[in-house]
Design a protein around this ligand. Sequence first.
Ligand SMILES: [Zn+2]
Length: 145
Amino acid sequence: MENLINNKFLLLTYIALAINFAVSAFMLTNDPILITTEKIYSIAGEAGAISCGPIIVVKENHKDDYEYLRHEYQHYCNQAVLTPIGHFMIYVFGAFEGFVRYGNWKMAYANNPLERDAFDKQNDGIEFKVFDWNLKQKKTITNGR
Ligand SMILES: [Zn+2]
C-alpha cells in the first residue's frame, strides 16, 4: 500500500483502470446518454455523431436518423464490453494498421474493424433505449418501420 502511494505513476494507472471499469459497468447496466448539439468537431473533422463512453452526441440534423444513432449505439455496446480504454486501443491500432495497409486515413477509417462492425449493424432495425439529455427523458429508438 505504501508502495502504491509513493509511486504516482502506479497510483494514477490504478485510478484510470478503476474509472475505466466503473464506466464499463455503468454502460452495461444503463442506456446511453444522448446529447443533441449544433456542431460536432472530432479529430477527423466535422462529424454527424460520435460516441465516447456512456455518451452519444448527435448533430441536430441527424437526431432522428436511425442509421446514425444505431451506428453510434454499436460503438457504445463495443465500448461497454471492451471497456473504454480497451476499445480505444483496438480502435487506434485498427486505424494505424489500416493506414499502413491502405495508405490513406479515409480507407483506414472505412476498414477499421470497429467501424466495419458499426456499419454492418446500422441498418439491422433493432430497437434500443437512450436517455435523451436535451428532453431529460428516456426515448426508444426505432427505424420507423
Ligand atoms: Zn463509427
